[in-house]
Design a protein around this ligand. Structure first.
Ligand SMILES: [Zn+2]
Length: 95
């Protein structure tokens, strides 16, 4: 596995997109984060909410490299899966 980042930007959506992190809609005319790169020979373009990009950054820190992968559209919006699990754990403790 190797990933080479080719470009990244934060454009304003001209039409709605689906966030590759959480699977929710990126509404038209909102600012979102997109990056494209070469993933082991395949061109890849990823779009996500700005808060989901922050969540991904926090998740990547635990991996410390671009070999990092996430399951597309299967993450909580603006959070990492670990953060969400931790939240649910906190909730059950306080009940
Ligand atoms: Zn999202």
């Amino acid at each position: 596995m190797s990933f080479t980042l080719l470009s990244e930007s934060t454009p304003k959506a001209r039409k709605s997109h689906v966030c590759d992190w959480c699977g929710e809609l990126i509404e038209k005319s909102t600012t979102y984060y997109r990056y494209s790169g070469n993933n082991s020979g395949d061109f890849q373009c990823t779009k996500m909410h700005l808060e989901c990009r922050d969540a991904m950054d926090r998740d990547i820190k635990d991996y410390d490299s671009w070999d990092y992968e996430f399951i597309p559209r299967d993450n909580p919006r603006g959070k990492t899966i670990a953060e969400k699990d931790n939240e649910q754990y906190q909730k059950t403790r306080h009940v």
